[in-house]
Ligand binder design. Structure first.
Ligand code: GTP
Ligand code: MG
Length: 137
């Protein structure tokens, strides 16, 4: 697949990292084909993270993801899903490789700066959750 979906999460927006993160993303060869500055409603966040609804951190995750604005984007590159997950690094920034976006900009396992889709199928589902067809270049 050649597309993935990302969000710059509320912690990174609050901390002023939108520009630096977009710079890392474009420098790594990803083309932005859709992008918006928005805030998730409680309903949006619960639906987006439904797969995690039985996890102990679900309430914390939904509260975090709705507390302020995010940047949502669809990115295009060969091997997009895998290459983007390599660029962002491990879920827990303490375990993320040097130079990765989470190593540089995340603060904790919960507040970890960025999202990246985990499969081509989920990239398509997540992209259409956030964008209408006419919003995608
Ligand atoms: P995403 O790209 O955001 O999906 O992260 P991921 O694929 O690396 O991790 P996963 O899908 O397993 O978890 C989704 C999100 O839930 C993570 O990015 C964190 O924001 C949050 N999360 C995961 N594990 C924990 C945890 O142990 N505690 C808390 N508070 N949040 C967690
Ligand atoms: Mg995930």
């Amino acid at each position: 697949g050649n597309r993935t979906f990302t969000m710059i999460k509320p912690d990174a927006v609050e901390n002023g990292h939108i520009g630096a993160i977009l710079e890392k993303i474009t420098a790594a060869g990803f083309k932005i084909v859709a992008m918006k500055y928005t805030q998730l409603s409680l309903r949006d966040a619960k639906a987006f993270y439904a797969v995690h609804s039985e996890r102990p951190f679900f309430g914390e995750l939904v509260e975090f993801m709705t507390r302020g604005p995010i940047v949502a984007a669809i990115l295009e590159k060969d091997n997009a899903v895998e290459d983007f997950r390599a660029l962002i690094g491990a879920t827990n920034p303490a375990e993320a490789a040097e130079g990765t976006i989470r190593k540089l900009f995340a603060t904790s396992i919960g507040e970890n700066a960025v999202h990246g889709s985990d499969s081509d199928e989920n990239a398509a589902i997540e992209g259409s959750f956030h964008f209408a067809g006419r919003e995608v270049y």
